[in-house]
Design a protein around this ligand. Sequence first.
Ligand code: SF4
Ligand code: SF4
Length: 382
Amino acid sequence: MANSYWVEPDVKFVKQLMGLGGETLKKCYQCATCSVVCPISPDEKPFPRKEMIAAQWGLKDKLVGNMDVWLCHHCNDCSTYCPRGARPGDVLNAVRAYSIQEYAWPKWLGKIVPDGRFWWLLLAIPVAIFLFVLGVTGHLHIPEGEIEFAHFFPTLLVDLIFVPLAMVWIPLTFGIGIYRFMTDIHKNALAEGKTKRKDLNIPDFLKSIACALPTILSHNKFSQCSENKGRYLSHILVFFSFLGLFVVTNIFFVALYILQIPGPYSMVNPVKILANVSGIALLVGAILMISNRLKDTDANVSKGSYFDWSLIILVLGLAVTGLLSQYIRLANVAVIAYPMYFAHLVLVFCLFTYLPFSKLAHMVYRTLAMAYSRYSEREPCE
Ligand code: SF4
Ligand code: SF4
């Protein structure tokens, strides 16, 4: 006898998905074209048709914690071929946005970061903190003489703000989110018969991360799509530029505090070159993301929700303010260079503080889902 399932529709959940960019979900009539055309979906229990009916019925427990939602790369092949304009790619994107809120800790930040009404508050928090810190330390003015950012915002103050964010805030908030996510993913996979492994064995799971790494680093899932190939280049540029800037930040931290070599560093210093290449790659990646979204004239493909755009604008802002801070400093225009550096630090603060609650969190959650898919043997290890 088939297993019975008690359906408990969550109408509020349906409305929330519609508010996060999944407003077309009710158009689906379950023809399954999307599951057939999706180049990423496995043959066994394919997606996204089953997720579409779960979204229509408000079956939150079938969507939040569903690894398939994270295996989707939002390439929109399915949306292009959907005969009803139900935009399954956008619906899965909305489920991911909802899930990021669901796993967030503290919850209130998970609610306000994706809410377009509060963008000014998210910016005002670092502006107020920085103005206060600069004010009480006597640095709230444009310094005289040759431009050196450390004369305006001393490096020690910058590090006293950003090191705790990087070493305590992100690991703590993201750690809680990741714990909740992994617990749910495993529970859901067991309930849906997607894994036979009863426990989540950490050493084996780490091996699965190693298995998924070549696919993640090469971004080759994007190149399997036929409709939206431009996303491959923009995503790989942004991904590797963040990686490059992460390496640069750590090297400069070691240079300053361990090797005692204070900046500013020469423009031909290899680490500085890596910083500039990464900054330019970030800028190009952000511009490509914007142009890909704007130039897509397919009525079945949306231009993105506030959740998507807030990340793209942040990435663009980081690249523009970072590069301009440097070039305006070299041009020795103090009255613009220092405020530009201030704006750059505000955006870096936003990136660090809101990372676990923003769309950028998908980089971590998708990596874990791709690893879990190999752990559960839903996908083979390459
Ligand atoms: S989302 Fe579109 S393609 Fe997929 S099952 Fe529904 S109607 Fe068919
Ligand atoms: S958006 Fe792309 S990856 Fe996601 S379900 Fe549709 S076709 Fe598959």
